[in-house]
Design a protein around this ligand. Structure first.
Ligand SMILES: *Cc1c(COP(=O)(O)O)cnc(C)c1O
Length: 375
């Protein structure tokens, strides 16, 4: 049994003094929100880090996604093709826009949308595709782009898990019409709470500016019906501080990830659900394993066993969004076999920059011994 509880992640924080020093100027200006200088500086620095043209900071990833969808002004009742194997936010963002999610199954090998099943779901009401780079696994962006072009659909990527990922020299945020990131405390890069929409067009940036700031364009001018989704200066400064450490954080995650792989490789029936292309810069945000039949005991049994030993792995994503209380029976879900399979078999193991390496060995030993132990 491991002595102290280990959770699936631990929010990265900069050294205390560094943050305190960085927020000091706010006590001179008292400008603590409303597109302050740190908000603007973080937008500039993130654009360059993510290698994207335009970036609009938001109060969180969910509002980023909700407003990105809203920005297109789709007709109420239009359909958006998406996947159910994701955090509930993806589905909520579509539904809260008055649109209908149409669920496409995912691929067993990586949990991303099955690009070959998208076309059969397209109707004359379809307006967009919202795929998810789940666990940082890149969707098949080329095929998705072709399908979208052919049918004149928008592609809005939920890239909440994909911060810092690059394919060749291309930042992940360049795929699709827009991509959305989350900077929530539990993500690879955090601003405590926060998020961003990235895109290529200035007109989209302007539209999002209105939507995140009540549509206010001047002291006496409200241009449109906007929400409030601005990032405040304390969060922006947290982001600026954390950005100084992001490469170190990803490298540390990578080392720990590799140690896991070395041990997990030897365990029959345990498969790591990540696909990393040879020319890809990955972010090692999660360590999802699939507990296959061959392993001997079920995912749920393994999860209970790990908890008894103080390892709080998580069943991301169970239940599927479509099977949650609020959606059950509302949308059709009978063709989602792979999604259901993964949802019943995936367990995300603890992974973060500060995770001690000897604990990783212990966690792997527990997974090795779980099948033969008294449950
Ligand atoms: C975290 C997350 C979101 C929402 O981001 P918040 O910043 O928590 O609002 C959306 N989609 C996915 C896949 C996520 O993991």
């Amino acid at each position: 049994m491991i002595e102290n509880r280990i959770f699936v992640t631990k929010s990265f924080m900069p050294p205390y003094e560094k943050y305190i020093e960085a927020i000091k100027p706010l006590w001179d200006t008292h400008w603590i929100t409303n597109m302050g200088i740190y908000h603007n500086e973080l937008e500039t620095r993130l654009k360059s880090y993510l290698k994207v043209k335009e970036l609009s900071l938001m109060v969180n990833g969910h509002m980023a996604l909700e407003l990105a969808i809203q920005a297109y002004g789709f007709k109420e009742g239009s359909e958006i093709i998406t996947t159910p194997f994701t955090f509930i936010s993806t589905t909520h963002a579509i539904v809260r826009n008055g649109l209908t999610p149409v669920f496409c199954d995912v691929k067993l090998e990586d949990g991303t949308i099955d690009e070959n099943k998208i076309e059969e779901l397209i109707t004359d009401k379809t307006v967009a595709i919202v795929p998810v780079h789940v666990y940082g696994n890149l969707c098949n962006v080329e095929v998705i782009e072709n399908v979208a072009k052919k049918h004149d659909l928008k592609v809005i990527y939920d890239a909440a898990h994909a911060f810092g990922i690059e394919k060749g020299d291309i930042g992940v945020g360049n795929y699709g019409d827009v991509s959305v990131f989350s900077f929530h405390a539990t993500k690879v890069f955090n601003t405590i709470e926060g998020g961003a929409v990235v895109c290529a067009e200035r007109s989209m940036y302007d539209r999002l500016y209105n939507l995140k700031n009540f549509g206010i364009r001047g002291e006496e001018l409200v241009e449109e019906v906007g929400a409030n989704a601005k990032m405040n200066e304390f969060s922006a400064i947290m982001g600026l501080c954390n950005l100084d450490y992001i490469d170190e954080v990803i490298n540390k995650r990578k080392e720990r990830y590799r140690l896991y792989i070395k041990h997990l490789k030897k365990i029959k029936g345990i498969r790591v659900l990540n696909t990393i292309l040879p020319n890809e810069r990955f972010n090692y945000a999660y360590l999802p394993i699939v507990v296959e039949e061959e392993y001997g005991i079920s995912r749920d049994e393994l999860s209970v066993y790990l908890r008894k030993n103080n390892v709080y792995a998580r069943k991301y994503f169970y239940p599927l969004t479509v099977e949650q209380e609020c959606y059950k029976g509302v949308y059709s879900d009978d063709s989602l076999n792979n999604s259901r399979y993964l949802s019943n078999r995936v367990l995300v193991l603890p992974l973060y920059a500060e995770l001690q390496e000897d604990l990783i060995c212990e966690i792997c030993d527990l997974i090795k011994s779980a099948k033969t132990s008294e449950l």
